[in-house]
Design a protein around this ligand. Structure first.
Ligand SMILES: Cc1ncc(COP(=O)(O)O)c(C=O)c1O
Length: 488
């Protein structure tokens, strides 16, 4: 079938798109729809030029660009072969109905889908999604809280809960948040079904098509997806070692009617960077000056290894800040609970939005979490987690130094390593080799709004055992070498 496929190319000399780009475009399309399989040999440049009735230079240009993009590879003497297509842009699946989707699912980053899917594959060494360390799983104490309250509290469980959350848990949050220096009143607290829900509710309440939001570049892809789904435009600002750059921010604040600035200031996902106290104060000052909200996502700050990080921006005292702290990284991702703090008016309105989404977060989980925290278990558990993570981090440092091609920044806390590989290695291609070799990571450009950081990877080291980490990092070194050999 592939024998005559080149004759199906439709090149139009009158089209505005340059000829070599038309060729690339058609190769992409054919790889995506399965007509061109990886491993297929391209005709020689001379033959292809004749077949398509274009100059040989056009074919050379097309081949060079496809090589640079990792779509094809050349072996001296044996020709040029299809490696694979670009990452398929997800398209809305067709409905077999005479209606259209209003929600732009095709715009949403597929990365999150892949991270979630790989989580289920227990044969893969998962350096992509963040899980907690299995050896310090809160299982015994937490399961007691669940089973006891399932038995003890039937009435409570049989009735709906307030949308803002189970009141004893919200009360408990008043003292829990003091650990991060946040002073808060009951009506400024709501419980949401994970930080992701918090971000979604905030997006639904504040954003409409055409609005502007600012976030870090690179930054948390889940947040970008939530903002994008509303039709808002995301402006990106790079980070330096003190966090998001404020010189660029002030320029943007002057030019655009920005609704809010989303930051993950402590052990940022994916870079691990922590915003300095000075920068936090200045950010707050700028946002107050321009009347812009800050959405502060803080899922990692209790996971510090030595010194405590700077306190949350919310603790610096402002009604302008909406603060979210997830329990996913302190307990396990499936707990699906987070606490959201904002001024009373915002909480009131967010509760109305939440009512439309899930009425209230799972009440048994809220009741169990309340019991677990009030008995002091969560605090002890976090200490155990930190020592497990520090041991993993030391090991990672040793292992990563064993190969020549990967350079990582060691974080002072949190759950990620942000690493650079040689610039000729696009890491979303490397990921395919990785999955074939039995491990996963997150390619840097998935976290970018502008296709940058192609030669970066994010490694989450918190879940695999020490044994698996050793195996995983060995495989990573091996995979980089394999990719380099394959390409050249
Ligand atoms: C910065 C950040 N915010 C939010 C989340 C999602 O948290 P949750 O599991 O509570 O929805 C993650 C998950 O990795 C994250 O890294």
């Amino acid at each position: 079938m592939t024998k005559n496929i080149w004759e199906e190319f439709a090149i139009n000399a009158k089209d505005k798109m340059p000829l070599y780009k038309q060729i690339i475009h058609q190769v992409e399309g054919m790889v995506h729809d399965g007509r061109l399989k990886p491993g297929t040999r391209l005709p020689s440049e001379r033959k292809m030029a004749k077949l398509l009735n274009v100059s040989r230079m056009t074919i050379t240009l097309a081949n060079e660009e496809m090589k640079a993009r990792g779509m094809v590879r050349s072996h001296q003497g044996s020709g040029t072969f299809i490696l694979r297509g670009p990452r398929a842009k997800e398209v809305e699946r067709d409905l077999d109905l005479p209606v259209e989707f209003a929600y732009p699912t095709g715009e949403i980053n597929q990365g999150m889908d892949e991270i979630m899917r790989h989580g289920e594959n227990t044969h893969l060494i998962n350096l992509a999604g963040v899980g907690t360390a299995p050896e310090v799983h809160p299982g015994i104490e937490l399961s007691q809280c669940f089973s006891e309250h399932l038995r003890k509290n039937p009435i409570l469980l049989q009735l709906p809960s307030p949308t803002q959350g189970y009141e004893p848990l919200r009360l408990e949050m008043i003292s829990w948040l003091k650990k991060v220096k946040i002073e808060v009143k009951l009506n400024e607290i709501m419980i949401v079904s994970g930080a992701m829900q918090g971000l979604d509710l905030i997006s639904r309440l504040f954003l409409k098509p055409g609005d502007y939001v600012v976030m870090e570049e690179p930054g948390f892809l889940g947040a970008a997806d939530a903002f994008k789904a509303t039709g808002a435009k995301i402006l990106r600002i790079t980070l330096d070692e003190e966090g998001i750059r404020l010189d660029s921010l002030e320029n943007m604040l002057m030019q655009f009617p920005i609704k809010f600035i989303y930051v993950n200031p402590t052990y940022q996902n994916p870079t691990g960077v922590t915003m300095s106290l000075k920068r936090r104060k200045k950010l707050l000052e700028l946002c107050s000056k321009y009347g812009v909200l800050i959405v502060e996502d803080d899922p990692f700050s209790l996971l510090y290894f030595e010194d405590k990080p700077a306190p949350p921006i919310k603790s610096l005292g402002s009604d302008n800040v909406i603060y979210i702290q997830s329990f996913s990284k302190y307990l396990y991702p499936g707990i699906r609970l987070a606490v959201l703090v904002a001024n009373e008016g915002i909480i009131h309105n967010l509760s109305k939005v939440k009512q439309r989404v899930d009425l209230h977060s799972n009440n048994l989980t809220q009741i169990a979490l309340h019991a677990y925290i009030s008995e002091g278990n969560l605090e002890n558990h976090i200490w155990k987690l930190k020592s497990a993570y520090l041991e993993r981090l030391h090991l990672m440092k040793e292992l990563l130094n064993e190969g020549p091609y990967i350079h990582c920044k060691l974080p002072e806390g949190g759950v990620f390593l942000w690493c650079k590989v040689p610039k000729e290695i696009p890491t979303d291609r490397l990921l395919e080799f990785a999955v074939k070799n039995g491990f996963t990571f997150v390619p840097g450009n998935w976290m970018s709004g502008v296709g940058m950081f192609e030669n970066y990877i994010r490694l989450a080291y918190t879940h695999p055992s020490l044994e698996w980490l050793k195996k995983g990092i060995k495989l990573l070194h091996h995979t980089i070498l394999e990719y380099k050999e394959y390409q050249f």
